[in-house]
Design a protein around this ligand. Structure first.
Ligand SMILES: [Zn+2]
Length: 158
């Protein structure tokens, strides 16, 4: 039986005892800019990237959208080039508790994780063994009654 507190999950799941754990509360008063990091190059999202096929599925804990695309990212301290593989959603039963992570103690109704895999690894299993095998962009999502689009990119479906 799973221990009651995440602080003890490592007893049954040793990976939960490692230092790079979720969820993270980002405290903007304590956060510091890492001066050695450069901007991400996300030009494929903004210009030439295309999505050729998407498969939506329920994996039992979230909605996952598997993506076939030529979208790649680099920079930002990443080791080489990473390709878009999928995105998935984190949400809850209440808008006040949906996102996996939080900002200054505040959760958001939903969080989108856009998952990229390092091109130098051959598959997701090899990527899971590499501490830098994946690069994930997390985006907090707010609810709104407005129909204004806050994000637009050029996606093409076949
Ligand atoms: Zn996630």
């Amino acid at each position: 039986m799973l221990s009651e507190s995440p602080n003890f999950w490592y007893k049954e799941f040793p990976d939960c005892g490692k230092k790079r754990q979720s969820p993270i509360n980002i405290n903007s008063n304590l956060a510091e800019e890492a001066g050695h990091l450069r901007h991400f190059d996300i030009g494929d999202y903004l210009e030439s990237g295309t999505i050729n096929n998407m498969t939506v599925w329920n994996n039992g804990w979230t909605v996952t959208v598997q993506v076939e695309s030529n979208i790649k990212i680099k920079g930002g301290g990443l080791e080489g080039i990473y390709s878009l593989r999928h995105f998935h959603l984190h949400w809850g039963f209440q808008n006040a508790r949906g996102s996996e992570h939080s900002l200054n103690g505040n959760s958001y109704p939903m969080e989108v994780h856009i998952v990229h895999r390092k091109n130098k690894v051959k598959d997701k299993y090899e990527a899971l063994k590499d501490p830098n095998g994946f690069a994930v962009f997390g985006v907090f999502v707010k609810t709104s009654t407005s129909q204004r689009y806050i994000f637009h990119t050029k996606f093409r479906s076949m």
